[in-house]
Design a protein around this ligand. Sequence first.
Ligand SMILES: *[C@@H]1O[C@H](CO)[C@@H](O)[C@H](O)[C@H]1NC(C)=O
Ligand SMILES: *[C@@H]1O[C@H](CO)[C@@H](O)[C@H](O)[C@H]1NC(C)=O
Ligand SMILES: *[C@@H]1O[C@H](CO)[C@@H](O)[C@H](O)[C@H]1NC(C)=O
Ligand SMILES: *[C@@H]1O[C@H](CO)[C@@H](O)[C@H](O)[C@H]1NC(C)=O
Ligand SMILES: *[C@@H]1O[C@H](CO)[C@@H](O)[C@H](O)[C@H]1NC(C)=O
Length: 563
Amino acid sequence: MAFLNFLVSLSFMFAVSGRVVVHESRAAAPAPFVRLGRAPADQELTLRIALASNNIAGLEERLLSISTPGSSEFRQWLSMDEVKTFVQPSKSTVAAFESFAATNGLNFSVVSPHEDWVSITLPVSRANELFAADFELFSHPSMASLITRTLSVSLPVELAGHIDVVHPTTEFTEPNARHAATTAPLKKRAPAASCNTFVASGVMTPACLQQLYGIPTTAATSQNNTLLVTGYLSEFAQTADLAAFLKLLRPDMPSNTTFTMLSIDHGENTQNPTVAGVEANLDVQYTTGIATGVPVQFLSVGSSFATALLDTITFLDGVPNPPTVVTTSYGTLEAGFLNTMSTKLCNGYMALGARGISLVFSTGDGGVRGVQDDTCTSPEFFAVFPASCPWVTSVGSTQGFGPETAANFSGGGFSGVFPTPAYQSSAVAGFLKTVPANFPGEFNRAGRGYPDVSVQGVHFQFVTGGVTGLVGGTSLSTPTFASMIALINDRLIAAGKPVLGFLNPFIYLQRNSSFTDITIGHNSGNSCPLSSVAFDAVIGWDALTGLGTPIFPELLAAALAGS
Ligand SMILES: *[C@@H]1O[C@H](CO)[C@@H](O)[C@H](O)[C@H]1NC(C)=O
Ligand SMILES: *[C@@H]1O[C@H](CO)[C@@H](O)[C@H](O)[C@H]1NC(C)=O
Ligand SMILES: *[C@@H]1O[C@H](CO)[C@@H](O)[C@H](O)[C@H]1NC(C)=O
Ligand SMILES: *[C@@H]1O[C@H](CO)[C@@H](O)[C@H](O)[C@H]1NC(C)=O
Ligand SMILES: *[C@@H]1O[C@H](CO)[C@@H](O)[C@H](O)[C@H]1NC(C)=O
């Protein structure tokens, strides 16, 4: 035994003294994370390692073909096994990783259906040696516990190209990723005097949204068309609040209409008015209450945000008959991830889009600064992820009507990681022409622009903890848009046609007919003066409202005609 150990440590020393290449590094943790010194050498770490997929370029080409109107394989979504042929690692990648694990005496387990993620558990000292890392402890003023991260992670040369991500290492994501604006305080309200939220007494309700966008109230008929609401960060959706909401605002629906609860990573859904989650409640209320009759699922994910995004993807990868729409009202600064993790997650959304799932994400409530920023003076704009991923459909907010304008908090801008995808290149080019040459805002003109679309997002009536109140944010716009897509899918299924799946190539071609262009607004954020630098809404696509707000009957007609 002693001899064996000796051998292991010898080869291990060889691996360490062998050549390594820096995989990812950052100079410092972003504020307000605080570095507290080295992590204890014997602290156990569980690291997830993404093995390189064998053919992501092939998957991208296939997805663009099946999602672009006019293609001979339009909307011929792929099965779980077809997607796996692209996403799984190649034999040589598996062999390289197995050899590394054997050489270093590591046990690993495969933790994703496409076999592209493996997990290892090891002490900090070992992780430091294997990945030329320096794991340290960090705190954040709004996090209860410390996190263990490293500012740099390297790979042995023989693994370079075979590993995409070591998670969590260099990633520092903000703990509060919810996109419900806290600026509209909860209060008891009289019934809506008006749907127009420019008016002080104006309140947005399901009936207002149905009227404004032409959303039908007739119930869906397919039971095979599930709309999934993601629940992160211990947000619990209350069935009593949903029942009260439906009774108040959808009296025409059975008030026992409810959602199905799913859980991963020990996610809970505690039923108690004192732990009612504003975000989870509004998400289930504005799906169940708009997508009339569509089966709604609430997926409670117990892990921290980045891991929760990852585990949602790998969970859905393994569901043979997945939901047709997934709505997520959470996001965080793209820069928190560095590039490898955001790219791997975004490729995960690509794979789910290819299965025929429409992924809908909110763009955040901090305007061009991504999160609410009190200084208001920085010229630097910050992108929000996952909204900035080109393989999702991201949703900003509008307010009022006559005319409908961009909400000042509507998150929008350009990715620092992902380039402008072809489906939006002419729309984005048109917008960039309107940005003056001396524009002081700093952003990536070659990046993926977002949002793609927008929907009302101010003064939505809802129920939480038994109290009727108002809430605003892109968190409201997102489940509302997702519900419209779910209703269109229901009508497509009834007509014997495939569901909408990855939406963007289709909706960008519909921009002149199925959307109301929003041309007024400035997204400097709710707390920054209008004079602070931000984007302006213009004719055509813009980085506050995307293509504009959907006209349901037109979008439905185009969907039915297109396949
Ligand atoms: C690896 O797994 C085997 C079987 O579960 C176990 O006996 C062994 O102790 C593990 N080794 C390490 C280094 O964890
Ligand atoms: C809701 O109530 C109706 C009639 O009261 C009943 O037929 C139906 O089964 C109930 N549905 C659920 C999900 O409990
Ligand atoms: C439901 O969807 C699954 C997978 O998309 C499909 O195999 C099945 O035939 C569908 N069932 C109905 C009744 O449409
Ligand atoms: C939409 O209209 C604009 C302006 O008329 C035109 O330049 C553009 O090509 C049209 N786009 C589509 C997809 O029809
Ligand atoms: C943003 O819009 C809201 C709603 O109209 C308004 O109450 C708020 O004052 C605006 N914020 C700024 C900084 O102008």
